[in-house]
Write a protein that binds this ligand. Structure first.
Ligand SMILES: [Zn+2]
Length: 394
């Protein structure tokens, strides 16, 4: 006897369609419109597709025998797609994994949220420190700092944001930053964010410190790691970006905060549409947030010649020689807009664990002398002094 299919109810199909604004979650095309057959006729090409197949059998993709029938027909297992895309996801379950489709649906539905201001805003990632990551939009960009509207949190919650605002001075300095994908930039918070509850969500007024001094990309000079010849300008900058992005955070014993989270993001968000947004957020962090633990009179960020991250594209998750191609569009100090592909080394999870264990051990051996000094410095200097150090006025 063939397996019965765990179909969605009419109500579930209609809810999926409405929640995605009748747009295909994958290709974003409209799935409903007028038909010329009659004045009131409607043409519909949308499908409430199953993420995990409705029944076992040949051709069933992502079928999970452990799921209950009620779970298979639950709205959580559905995604609104156009007819073409609904076929596509059932021809390739390597690319269209359960996780990928769930993320696609969440991201699409979030982008269709109504804000009561005459349409949907384009929402983007707003990070406040390392633990609060939200979707929202910039509603005003003022010289003192942008005002943003947060619609919902991807990581953390509104209580944590209130507590950050209340106990701002108690927060470690290295956590007091914001990253705004919509603006392609970020910076250090000058004071506590002020939060206001409105009927459209939460509005947060951010106050940012002046920009960290920039470095002219056209004047950068270094040795090519392959040929050892001197390279300059853009070539030197590209090599610099690739080495910063390819070095996993926590694997460099002289400063465990150095490096990027790209490898971790790669394994955590493999196949997900979130990956490129989070890579963009990470590149903004490396461009605009200085590494605080290395307090010196010359404060700088790892990618100090990137003024703005305009766009990030990740054409494929395939690795060639452990490297992923990331297409970037940067505004560079001294050069202007530059588009190109960066080849970024991805460490595998075992290498990450091993590298971090070795670095932490090495760090402990030098800690009795160095670490205590850093802690003492952080405890003694006031916020004002830190600010002066940032501004180079020591
Ligand atoms: Zn489609």
């Amino acid at each position: 006897m063939p397996n019965p299919r765990d179909e969605f109810t009419r109500r579930t199909k209609s809810d999926l369609a409405l929640r995605s604004s009748y747009l295909c979650c994958l290709c974003k095309c409209s799935t409903v419109g007028p038909s010329d057959e009659a004045p009131n006729a409607v043409a519909m090409i949308g499908v409430a597709a199953h993420i995990a197949a409705a029944a076992a059998g040949p051709g069933a993709r992502r079928y999970d025998p452990k799921m209950a029938n009620s779970e298979r027909s639950h709205i959580d297992n559905g995604i609104w797609l156009c007819a073409t895309c609904s076929i596509l996801i059932d021809r390739d379950d390597k690319r269209f994994t359960v996780e990928y489709l769930h993320n696609l649906k969440i991201e699409h539905e979030a982008s269709r949220r109504i804000h009561g201001n005459g349409g949907t805003d384009s929402e983007d990632i707003i990070a406040i420190g390392p633990d609060l990551i939200a979707l929202g939009s910039v509603i005003k960009s003022e010289p003192a700092g942008p005002r943003v509207r947060i619609s919902h949190f991807l990581q953390g919650n509104i209580r944590e944001l209130w507590s950050l605002a209340r106990d701002f001075k108690k927060w470690p300095i290295e956590r007091r930053y914001v990253l705004l994908n919509e603006l392609g930039s970020g910076g250090l918070l000058a004071e506590a964010p002020s939060i206001e509850r409105t009927n459209q969500g939460y509005e947060v007024q951010l106050s940012l410190q002046d920009d960290i001094p920039r470095r002219d990309a056209s004047k950068l000079k270094s040795h090519c790691v392959d040929t050892l010849k001197i390279i300059e300008g853009l070539s030197a900058s590209i090599q610099n970006f690739e080495s910063i992005l390819g070095m996993a955070r926590g694997t460099w014993f002289t400063d465990l905060n150095l490096g990027s989270d790209i490898s971790d993001l790669y394994w955590r968000y493999f196949g997900s549409p979130w990956f490129k947004d989070l890579v963009m957020m990470e590149i903004i962090r490396l461009s605009s947030v200085p590494s605080i633990s290395r307090i010196s009179s010359e404060l700088t960020t790892p990618m100090a010649c990137v003024n703005r991250v305009n766009r990030i594209e990740v054409p494929s998750f395939n690795l060639a020689n452990h490297r992923i191609a990331i297409n970037v569009d940067f505004e560079l100090e001294g050069i202007g807009n530059w588009q190109g592909a960066l080849s970024v080394f991805i460490s595998n999870p075992e290498e990450l664990n091993e590298g971090r264990a070795i670095a932490t051990k090495a760090r402990k051996q030098i800690e009795p002398t160095q670490h205590r000094n850093v802690v003492a410095v952080e405890a003694e200097v006031s916020h004002e002094k830190i600010r002066n150090i940032f501004m180079g006025k020591t």
